[in-house]
Write a protein that binds this ligand. Structure first.
Ligand code: SAM
Length: 207
């Protein structure tokens, strides 16, 4: 009962605030300036990416959580292009095979329960020369202490942050799913706690 109240009434507002951390807003600007055309965004959240799209014609905003999407309404109404809310999960994308040029994920792959299935779905609906643009917080691969701490804290993080994993290796997940990288790099977001600071930014294509 209290947890449900937290999830429905408190968490969406916390998410909306935390996701506006300056380094994350800078990451959005960097990632989204190269995204164009017809775009699917998975885990749209509260619509914080909208001001950063520069050449989008149509955006499919896939967000399964209604309580979170409610906080996006004002931003959606102010967008200079058409935004269509898709009430679905990334594990089962309601799009045809090879149909989209651009798919975007900003800090969403950490929260998807069926990550492997979702990545396979992204691969299925992306056109052969399409691009998956992503920025995610990930597991450390050069600091064993922090890596272990991420493993220890992930069960707690999942409860307080709606299924978010601190310890996912997104680069490896994409390689295992037959993606290659047109661009990729890691950086540390200094204004976030150390356990969630390591970021992975990439533009991935189907092999
Ligand atoms: C940390 S938030 C990031 C929100 C947004 N992408 C942003 O950058 O502000 C993770 C988002 O993924 C969504 N999500 C969780 N599970 C999902 C799933 N299976 N499919 C699609 N989105 C999911 C959550 O509802 C939430 O909006």
């Amino acid at each position: 009962m209290i947890y449900k109240f937290y999830q429905q009434r408190i968490f969406p507002h916390l998410l909306n605030q935390i996701m506006q951390t300056p380094s994350m807003m800078d990451g959005r600007a960097e990632l989204l300036r190269k995204v164009h055309g017809e775009v699917l965004e998975i885990g749209f959240g509260t619509g914080l990416n909208l001001p950063f799209y520069q050449a989008v014609d149509q955006l499919y905003a896939l967000e399964p959580n209604r309580d979170v999407y409610q906080l996006a309404h004002k931003r959606v109404s102010e967008a200079p292009f058409h935004v269509q809310h898709i009430q679905a999960s990334a594990e089962k994308l309601p799009f045809a095979d090879n149909s989209l040029d651009s798919i975007v994920s900003t800090w969403t792959l950490c929260s998807i329960a069926g990550l492997n299935q979702a990545i396979q779905e992204v691969r299925r609906v992306l056109k052969p020369n399409g691009t998956f643009h992503l920025i995610e917080h990930v597991q450390y691969n050069d600091n064993n202490t922090l890596k272990k701490l991420q493993d220890i804290l992930t069960p707690v993080q999942k409860v307080i942050a709606d299924g978010c994993h601190l310890n996912r290796n997104i680069e490896l997940e994409l390689l295992n799913a037959n993606f290659k990288f047109a661009e990729k790099y890691y950086f540390d977001a200094e204004d976030l706690p150390k356990v969630g600071r390591r970021m992975f930014m990439a533009r991935a294509r189907k092999v």
